[in-house]
Design a protein around this ligand. Structure first.
Ligand SMILES: Cc1cc2nc3c(=O)[nH]c(=O)nc-3n(C[C@H](O)[C@H](O)[C@H](O)COP(=O)(O)OP(=O)(O)OC[C@H]3O[C@@H](n4cnc5c(N)ncnc54)[C@H](O)[C@@H]3O)c2cc1C
Length: 377
């Protein structure tokens, strides 16, 4: 694909952001779940852009996906987060691992934003150590019965379906005894919203499954083969989240630049001080580094390179750090204003922190990078 084709997607998404997202970013940050925006993104075929058009995608490559989440995150990291999960963690997952029925009946609705699906892996006991999850699915009289407690689930409070990871064998078997189910929400699901520091308005919730019934037809992948489904999902998600990091850093940089150009002190504009110029130059250089990492990881994924795995971890680790650093500097440039709720830099700073925790913490990234180095990858 030539760059001009990416420009076409960028133009469409920027217009969309200006029309529907930018003015709503504050409300979303205050907790309003933007279901209507997600639906509109679906109508544009940009909610799951990498899906083939017959399923409601745009048949786009992973770089296009990254560019879309980046533009969304520049205005509203909350919207970008919901989109990133619905697209790379859910739509791509069902497309690659789901049954014929899921692809025909549910996938087009996911891509259209008609239904929201949450990715329910983490539990109060286990986030980084996801192979230790305790939610159980037991086969009783021909049907599966799911019981368990999930934690920190994005979209969890509003989801219509849950992609639930459950234990289907002994705890000691760890990742070899986990199965993933696509479960329709019903009365057996109990959700309670959780107040979080950033990416607010994304419906983060505690989700309990109380004797939820599922059939074999609700299994994504194979019985006891859930770990592969989870790992594949997180590999794609990790790349997309690097795009969210770039967008957050860019959003904060733009706010700081605007502020520095307007703010007067000591009879000069703040931007005239060399320290401010150096700060902005540092931030800009970091953002370009983050872009390079995210776009390169996307490229490696699309060409099916064996180097993708380590690169996706490197990109997630470094782009998250860059986003936290750039947003912190943006707040600093804005001084007291930067610390107020009026400031968008303040929102970006809070939003950036989740990038070092969600979908694998920085420490987990380093753990995997070192394992892959040992394996010679
Ligand atoms: C806003 C938000 C949204 C989220 N959305 C989802 C979602 O949609 N679906 C979902 O399933 N989960 C979701 N999560 C959960 C997220 O993936 C976990 O919080 C994350 O994986 C960390 O797990 P934990 O919170 O249990 O921390 P722990 O695993 O308990 O980690 C605590 C600390 O220990 C460190 N640590 C862990 N292992 C090691 C080690 N081996 N060596 C050294 N240090 C280590 C960690 O890096 C961390 O600093 C979300 C979390 C948040 C906050």
């Amino acid at each position: 694909m030539g760059w001009s084709e990416y420009e076409v997607s960028l133009k469409i998404i920027r217009e969309f952001v200006n029309q529907y997202v930018r003015t709503r970013a504050r409300d979303i940050d205050r907790g309003a779940y933007p279901r209507d925006i997600i639906r509109k993104l679906g109508e544009l075929n940009f909610l799951a852009p990498t899906l083939p058009p017959e399923f409601g995608g745009a048949g786009a490559d992973t770089l296009t996906h990254i560019l879309v989440v980046e533009e969304l995150a520049r205005a509203s990291p909350g919207v970008a987060t919901i989109m990133e999960i619905q697209s790379s963690m859910i739509a791509e997952n069902i497309y690659h691992n789901g049954t014929k029925r899921m692809k025909e009946e549910i996938l087009p609705k996911v891509a259209a934003g008609e239904v929201i699906v949450a990715f329910a892996l983490s539990e109060p006991c286990c986030g980084s150590d996801a192979a230790a999850i305790r939610t159980r699915a037991e086969k009783i009289g021909g049907e599966w019965v799911i019981n368990g407690h999930k934690m920190w689930i994005t979209n969890g409070h509003y989801a219509d379906y849950y992609l639930v990871a459950a234990r289907t064998g002994p705890r000691e078997a760890r990742h070899k005894a986990i199965t993933v189910f696509l479960l329709k929400r019903s009365n057996c699901v109990e959700t309670s919203p959780i107040e979080v520091m950033g990416v607010r308005g994304t419906g983060t919730a505690e989700v309990k499954f109380n004797n939820c019934a599922a059939s074999d037809d609700d299994i994504v992948g194979e019985v006891n083969g859930g770990w592969k489904v989870i790992v594949d999902t997180l590999n794609v998600g990790r790349t997309a989240i690097s795009g969210v990091a770039v967008g957050i850093a860019r959003g904060a940089f733009e706010e700081a630049l605007k502020w520095a150009r307007n703010r007067e002190l000591f009879d000069r504009k703040l931007i005239e001080f060399q320290n401010t110029q150096f700060e902005l130059a540092e931030m800009y250089a970091s953002i370009e580094t983050a872009k390079t990492l995210a776009y390169y990881a996307a490229y490696l994924y699309d060409i099916n390179s064996p180097g993708f795995l380590i690169m996706s971890h490197v990109a997630k680790l470094q782009t998250a750090r860059i986003a936290v650093d750039v947003t912190r500097r943006a707040v600093q440039i804005e001084g007291g204003f930067g610390y107020s709720k009026e400031s968008k830099a303040e929102m970006f700073y809070r939003d950036a922190k989740i990038l070092e925790i969600g979908e694998g913490t920085n420490e987990v990234m380093k753990y995997v990078i070192y394992k892959l180095i040992e394996k010679g990858q």
